[in-house]
Design a protein around this ligand. Structure first.
Ligand SMILES: NC(=O)c1ccc[n+]([C@@H]2O[C@H](COP(=O)([O-])OP(=O)(O)OC[C@H]3O[C@@H](n4cnc5c(N)ncnc54)[C@H](OP(=O)(O)O)[C@@H]3O)[C@@H](O)[C@H]2O)c1
Length: 300
């Protein structure tokens, strides 16, 4: 089954599963082989960032795969993290496009509000940065624009003056932060903003042995039994996010796992009770694993 898409508030569609080039590949110049296998296995959406310092690797993988998968069938995203004072979202994007060897990105995100509210991130405050993001869209350098790690107060600050609303807000989401992010997701819904997640597999790779584990294992066994094919715990967590209409940005260094992620679309649905059991187990032990999350959720 092809990867499903979610509608964006600017009239375009976004693949609901993305392969990330941060975390496991952060500052990693040799990700090209893995990225090429991700394209061959069926990933179409790639999540990059200036901060990861490996956009050239992603560009090389896109170029090397263009005979089998043309660029027009891929959805490429990158994030603005100003490195030098005086740089703007647009000048930074032009540098990214050069590294990616592309004429446009499908999605351009402001990486984190903290970069622009602490005064030393370049490009001015959030309203000014958003104006520059809108210019990138107007000029066709980015088809869609959005944000990452924005809390309610950051979103409302730009929504107030926006000519183009953010299409996406990407943040840490898994059962252990679910109760905290729910109010933010309600604000996304009010403005038609797609919720995009990273860190979704944290119960498996960052907090193994927690209260979510036995519930996920029980659901995994039930799905495997119903379906008659192998189901993994990672697929259960990805399915839990997708059933909430949340875009999933994940990653892996292993081809086998990349195949497993892409196959998630074929796995049967979780029941409403199973969804609730996973969330209740997460609420027993609230914890986040990324430094931007605390800042994003302050004041909610
Ligand atoms: N906007 C932001 O501020 C921000 C922050 C963080 C991340 N991101 C983006 O999101 C992407 C994904 O982030 P993430 O790493 O947090 O995603 P994740 O989906 O939470 O974790 C992916 C990791 O889980 C491991 N994994 C998968 N199944 C497992 C299992 N059964 N047991 C143990 N480990 C397992 C994989 O390791 P293997 O390599 O061994 O398969 C992989 O490294 C990043 O690459 C980046 O593009 C954005």
């Amino acid at each position: 089954m092809p990867i499903s898409t979610l509608p964006l508030n600017d009239g375009t569609q976004i693949p609901s599963l993305a392969f990330g080039t941060g975390t496991a590949f952060f500052h990693h110049q040799d990700a090209q082989t893995t990225l090429e296998s991700a394209i061959n296995i069926g990933f179409t959406h790639f999540d990059g960032a200036q901060r990861y310092k490996n956009e050239a690797t992603l560009g090389a993988a896109i170029k090397a795969s263009e005979c089998s998968v043309p660029r027009s069938e891929l959805f490429i995203s990158t994030k603005y993290a100003p490195l030098t004072p005086g740089e703007t979202a647009k000048t930074a994007l032009c540098k990214s496009l050069e590294k990616l060897r592309l004429e446009y990105v499908d999605l351009y995100l402001v990486h984190a509000p903290k970069d622009h509210t602490d005064g030393d991130g370049g490009g001015g405050g959030l309203k000014e940065v958003w104006k520059a993001m809108e210019e990138c869209k107007r000029e066709g350098l980015a088809r869609s624009i959005g944000v990452s790690n924005f809390g309610v107060r950051h979103l409302l600050e730009i929504v107030e003056c926006a000519q183009v609303l953010p299409a996406v807000n990407q943040l840490e989401i898994h059962p252990y932060v679910w109760d905290f992010v729910k109010p933010l997701i309600e604000v996304h819904k009010e403005h038609g903003i797609v919720t995009s997640s990273y860190g979704g597999l944290s119960p498996l790779c960052r907090a193994p042995g927690g209260p979510v584990d036995p519930v996920v294992e029980k659901v995994r066994a039930r799905l495997e039994d119903t379906w008659g094919k192998p189901v993994t715990r990672g697929q259960v967590l990805i399915k839990w996010l997708l059933q909430h209409d949340i875009l999933v940005v994940t990653t892996s260094t292993k081809a086998e796992r990349i195949r497993e992620y892409v196959d998630t679309g074929n796995v049967p649905e979780l029941t409403a009770e199973e969804m609730w059991l996973i969330e209740s187990a997460g609420a027993e032990c609230h914890q986040s694993f990324f430094k931007n999350t605390k800042y994003c959720l302050e004041g909610i």
